[in-house]
Design a protein around this ligand. Structure first.
Ligand code: MRU
Length: 348
């Protein structure tokens, strides 16, 4: 099993996703600041993995706080939550996890005056966020797996696998693993996913490790392979889903959804309930992260573009709900109209 992020007595341990697949190296992060920095620099990435890591970072920070009263710990903890909340703006799982940790703090504070007890409860909450994510992805994998016919080839974009979650199954790749574990023969086409190459470096790596047949293509080949009839379904993950089903995911996802529509291929989004943001009525309101232009102009130290060139580096785009055949969650499969079906998922 791929261990994306882990709580240990020494700190938060995570696999360094910036150097995969060339090196499989684990980092031990020994403070909440180091965890926040790892999220920002994409040592760990993928919406659920960011949420789990943030929760563990907060638990670690709380454990190390030297305050002797619960009020001192609360002061430190509030600051840690602010720092963690400024790491990446789009994946709502980050804010969901911070809120869950804040809630755990409030409940503990109402029940005990012991600083040690509050700290222990925060560690337990972070561990629960971790195990809940693994369970959620197993469930959505089972629901989603039923939608994929035996013998299908599924195209996916970015990495929404074990590496993008607490570990184990993943979301979009959880659906593929769910179908495989139900005895179906499934092959995958992975978009390389410029500029960070989550598809070629991470999705291809984890599927090959799992012996699921995978073929790598560049992003601009997706239309061609669909036209050749090589794709039976598209399954992607999500960073934030608005109340009407509009879905933010890795840049290029919208393009894939439009192509899928043109070729009459079902386009599925797979995400746990923690990725839903029902406070936003449409995807227009989702903040889109823009990252360092150097990710586009350089491949590590190798320059790919002229000096000083104007660059836009949007990390995500929004796929309008009308292009999405179904949203697969851990509570079941939501279909149009999403405003009602997603609300039912959350309430149920
Ligand atoms: O910039 P990243 O690598 O964090 O973006 C990741 C994605 O867009 C994933 O598809 C999404 O977070 C779903 S992960 C289960």
């Amino acid at each position: 099993m791929i261990k994306t992020v882990e709580w240990t007595d020494e700190g938060v341990r995570m696999i360094d996703q910036r150097i995969l697949p060339m090196e499989e190296k684990y980092l031990m992060l020994r403070s909440y600041e180091e965890v926040a920095d790892a999220i920002k620099k994409m040592v760990v990435r993928g919406a659920p993995a960011i949420g789990v890591s943030a929760a563990m970072g907060l638990a670690l920070g709380a454990k190390q706080s030297v305050g002797t009263a619960v009020a001192d710990l609360e002061y430190d903890f509030d600051h840690m939550c602010d720092v963690m909340g400024k790491t990446r703006p789009t994946a709502v799982n980050l804010f969901w996890a911070i809120e869950r940790m804040r809630d755990a703090f409030r409940r503990a504070k109402a029940e005990t005056a012991s600083v040690e007890e509050v700290k222990e409860r925060l560690v337990a909450e972070a561990q629960a966020i971790f195990t809940d994510d693994i369970k959620a992805n197993r469930n959505l994998g089972r629901f989603g797996g039923e939608l994929i016919p035996d013998g299908s080839t599924v195209l996916t974009h970015c990495n929404a696998g074990a590496l993008a979650t607490a570990g184990d199954y993943g979301t979009a790749l959880g659906v593929i693993r769910g179908a495989r574990d139900a005895g179906k023969r499934i092959a995958v086409i992975a978009d390389e996913t410029r500029p960070f190459l989550q598809g070629s470096r991470l999705t291809a790596w984890e599927l090959a490790k799992d012996e699921i047949p995978v073929t790598l293509i560049t992003d601009n080949m997706a239309g061609h392979v669909m036209k050749q009839g090589k794709v039976d379904a598209v399954v992607v993950g999500a960073d934030r889903i608005a109340a009407n089903g509009d879905t933010a995911n890795k840049i290029g996802t919208y393009m894939v959804a439009v192509l899928a529509k043109q070729h009459d291929i079902p386009f599925y989004v797979a995400a746990p309930i923690s990725t839903l943001d029902l406070t936003l009525s449409t995807g227009e309101e989702i903040p889109i992260e823009e990252r360092d232009p150097r990710e586009v102009t350089h491949m590590r130290d190798y320059q790919l573009a002229p000096d000083g060139i104007e660059v836009q580096n949007f990390a995500f785009d929004v796929t309008p709900n009308e292009l999405i055949a179904a949203i697969i969650t851990d509570k079941g499969v939501a279909r149009q109209p999403y405003t009602e079906s997603l609300r039912r998922m959350v309430e149920g």
